[in-house]
Ligand binder design. Structure first.
Ligand code: TGC
Ligand code: FAD
Length: 387
């Protein structure tokens, strides 16, 4: 019998179709050839590798699970595999793709008019137009229902005032999907770069997601035509529906850094000789490696089942919450364990664990913190909201 693949202990790939395997292999090659050789330098320089945008677009990864308008029309499992491979490179690259596809193209595709779809989606799929998603505000992100950004109807226009904080791709974006309170509940608007009163500022000095652009957005009497409102997005369910799409990608994505760190820890343990034998021969190290493998395996199977449920249109958003909670927790703990297994070497960006570990501090926070997802699952179980 063949030996077990340490990175696919339960033959997860056997459950993929030939097409799904091909998508994963293509993205994996791109990450090996184009992301891994330089990503540590970008991370150190606190810079997003903008030149990769075109290549990512040419691979068809922007809005890859949307139909029509130049999008890939792949299934959701393929989208998940894409996120997993990209995040094996760096969470910043997966973040860029998540925001563009799930948080910007998806709402235009789902809530937009035909004109809006024609105007934005083909260019966004080609990476010629970049989007960002503005929901979080300076006064608190976990409770978007209390947002202060307000859009007031004025004739055929809306006048938006307020601010958004921690916005991925903000300074890069040609269009911001902005969620604002109105006299009629929360609504979504396409705010375009260059509109009078709209400005952005990059947030620097981050120790996490350094290879990603994070920004503040400011709206001072920004006049937006009604044609830029997403007509089918009504109430908080509008932005929360987008979050379900992006969270789905994160459930898969974080398995990537976990595998990258496990691989480095396993390889290192075989060559690091201490007290007369390689680390990999020590019981205490073996227990930790076996635990990493167990954690990755459970996360892979959870993600795959989630993907199959999404493709079968039976996935519930609280199932996404459970998977985001489980897989982010798994990944951050595992990457930190790997950092420790590498000893002092683990604190340099020569090895990936500290970079991934720091990135995952953002990933476990954004798209709903761990606590928010625990409470969402508990509300589903008990019927009582304890937020
Ligand atoms: P609640 O009463 O629960 O819901 C209001 C309406 O929304 C519906 N809904 C959802 N729909 C789809 N997906 C979900 N996950 C949904 N959760 C709720 C719900 O059915 C209801 O619909 P309707 O038709 O009855 O009105 O609202 P609540 O105010 O009690 O809030 C619940 C809570 C706390 C779970 C929600 O506010 C929440 O998820 N908070 C966390 C906010 C968050 O995740 N922000 C993320 C910002 S974007 C981001 O981080 C991007 S990072 C990008 C990157 O770089 O990758
Ligand atoms: P808070 O909501 O202030 O929470 C603080 C703490 O309180 C957390 O530990 C939380 O779990 C806990 N807490 C909150 N409510 C409760 C409760 N009821 N009971 C118990 N504990 C609770 N947002 C966007 O809109 N678009 C983006 O593109 C985007 N990109 C991001 C990129 C990065 C790098 C980061 C770090 C964040 C990004 N965010 C984005 C914002 C992100 O979604 C928020 O940071 C997140 O939702 C949490 O909000 P907060 O930071 O205001 O924390």
């Amino acid at each position: 019998m063949e030996p077990v693949d340490p990175y696919d202990f339960f033959r997860f790939r056997d459950n993929l179709t030939e097409d799904e395997r091909q998508v994963q292999d293509t993205v994996a090659r791109f990450v090996d050839d184009r992301v891994l050789p330089t990503i540590a330098e970008y991370f150190e320089r606190d810079e997003f590798p903008r030149e990769l945008i075109q290549e990512i677009a040419e691979l068809g990864l922007l809005g890859c699970n949307l139909e029509g308008y130049g999008c890939g029309g792949l299934n959701h499992v393929c989208y998940g595999l894409t996120c997993m491979e990209l995040e094996r490179g760096d969470s910043g690259i997966r973040s860029f793709v998540s925001v563009q596809g799930s948080l910007c193209m998806w709402p235009i595709h789902t809530y937009g008019t035909e004109d809006q779809k024609q105007r934005w989606l083909p260019g966004m799929a080609k990476g010629e137009l970049i989007g960002c998603f503005g929901l979080t505000e300076p006064d608190g992100g976990s409770d978007p229902g209390t947002m202060k950004t307000f859009a007031k109807k004025d004739g055929d226009d809306w006048v938006i005032n307020g601010a958004k904080m921690w916005i991925t791709n903000g300074c890069l974006a040609d269009v911001a999907i902005v969620w604002a309170e109105t006299d009629d509940g929360v609504r979504g608007f396409l705010v375009e770069k260059g509109m009078s009163g709209y400005s952005t500022r990059e947030i620097k000095r981050k120790f996490s997601l350094r290879a990603s652009v994070t920004s503040e957005l400011f709206f001072e009497n920004v006049r937006v035509p009604d044609a830029n409102r997403l007509p089918e997005a009504k109430g908080l369910a509008g932005p929360l529906g987008c979050l379900t799409q992006a969270r789905f990608g994160i459930c898969w994505g974080v398995i990537g850094p976990a595998i990258a760190c496990f691989r480095e820890a396993l390889e290192y343990s075989k060559v690091r000789v201490l007290f007369g034998s390689p680390l990999s021969h020590k019981q205490a190290i073996q227990l930790r490696l076996a635990e990493m493998s167990r954690q990755i395996t459970m996360a892979q199977l959870l993600a795959l089942q989630l993907g199959r449920m999404k493709d079968d249109k039976v996935m519930h958003h609280t199932q996404v919450s459970m998977a985001k909670w489980n897989n982010c927790r798994m990944a951050i703990d595992l990457c930190r364990e790997a950092r420790d297994l590498l000893g002092a070497s683990g604190i340099t960006v020569e090895f990936s664990p500290i970079r991934h570990m720091l990135n995952l501090e953002s990933v476990i926070t954004y798209e709903g913190t761990e606590t928010i997802h625990q409470l969402a699952v508990a509300r589903e179980l008990t019927g009582a909201a304890a937020f």
